[in-house]
Design a protein around this ligand. Structure first.
Ligand SMILES: [Zn+2]
Length: 325
């Protein structure tokens, strides 16, 4: 009787354990399937890494669900001077495509590529997209310059995405490269590109209208990063707080600008969020001009949540500051 009870308990225990093990195995199998499913579809998407958040936004708009996009440079920092993290190296290592500004905008790009060691992304590689190649550059020097001379725009001005006409070219370049790397989805990329350009063209008409009252006006800028935006809205920017791109404002330069602002009736000093406002505020106080904060990249301020919102914010800020009595 006791032996039968023990035997029953033993087999009951074995059966329960078997059910647990089988159920556990099935569960684990389901879990693995559930985990594997998104990974499998993610693996089919092109992994796109961009240097700037602005390029990432355009790549997302053109690439849609067929791409996974991330960027390296936080829009809260000066894009010329970015400290890359080990996670950035890993992202670039695994990427199918690197979209970058070319020229000497991202001096940190070379070391990042070297650290990642992904041969596809090296200059001329299949996954290398240098956006500057499609752009009509401004301020290309007529003689060779060197960084040793204290300039960080030695191949021409690299901040070209602030003009929405260049935004269109950037979107076209990205769509063409995505189609080349992922031919089965080429029609999707073309459709999304046309939608993006349609939205942008509609806004360009509005922005031109908005800027019509500020044509020919002049502003001062902290860093020389707005010539393409100035070209689009029809204003002039000829003097900068930095005596040369990348060289901080000196007392001598601020003294010169104080006189310049007064004698030329300048109304605004423009700068992005990542430079200290101290020098601009001092000048503003001494001259009566006002400091106008513009965005250099998508996401720098909440208002600049995507490419169109970013351009919209900048054009509005300028139109408002320069048309006020
Ligand atoms: Zn610059």
């Amino acid at each position: 009787m006791i032996r039968r009870a023990v035997s029953f308990l033993f087999w009951a225990f074995v059966s329960v354990m078997a059910v647990i093990v089988i159920a556990g195995g099935v569960n684990a199998a389901w879990l693995r399937l559930a985990e594997a499913a998104p990974l499998a579809s993610a693996a089919q998407r092109l992994r796109v890494v961009t240097t700037m958040s602005t390029f990432a936004d355009i790549a997302k708009q053109v690439g849609g669900e067929n791409v996974e996009v991330s960027y390296v440079a936080s829009p809260r920092f000066n894009p010329h001077f970015i400290e890359c993290k080990p996670s950035d190296v890993l992202k670039v290592k695994k990427a199918d495509l690197l979209v970058h500004g070319g020229l000497d905008l991202e001096a940190w790009r070379g070391p990042l590529l070297d650290a990642a060691g992904n041969p596809n992304l090296f200059q001329g590689g299949r996954g290398d997209l240098d956006l500057s190649r499609g752009i009509s550059l401004l301020e290309v020097p007529d003689h060779p310059l060197s960084r040793l001379m204290g300039d960080i725009h030695i191949y021409g001005n690299p901040h070209y995405w602030t003009n929405p006409e260049n935004g269109k070219i950037i979107a076209q370049e990205i769509a063409a490269k995505l189609s080349e790397l992922d031919p089965p989805h080429a029609a999707d990329y073309q459709r999304r590109l046309q939608e993006f350009i349609g939205r942008l063209d509609g806004k360009v008409v509005q922005w031109k209208q908005m800027a019509s009252s500020i044509q020919g006006k002049e502003v001062i800028a902290y860093h020389n990063e707005w010539p393409y935006l100035a070209q689009f809205v029809g204003i002039r920017i000829e003097q900068f707080l930095e005596p040369k791109p990348g060289i901080p404002p000196s007392p001598k330069q601020l003294g010169f600008l104080e006189e310049y602002i007064k004698s030329h009736g300048i109304r605004a000093i423009v700068q992005p969020t990542y430079f200290s406002r101290d020098a601009s505020e001092t000048l503003a106080k001494r001259t009566g001009a006002k400091v106008v904060v513009l965005c250099q990249n998508v996401g720098e301020l909440p208002e600049a949540s995507d490419y169109i919102a970013f351009i919209d914010y900048n054009v509005r800020q300028l139109a408002q500051a320069l048309s006020e009595k």
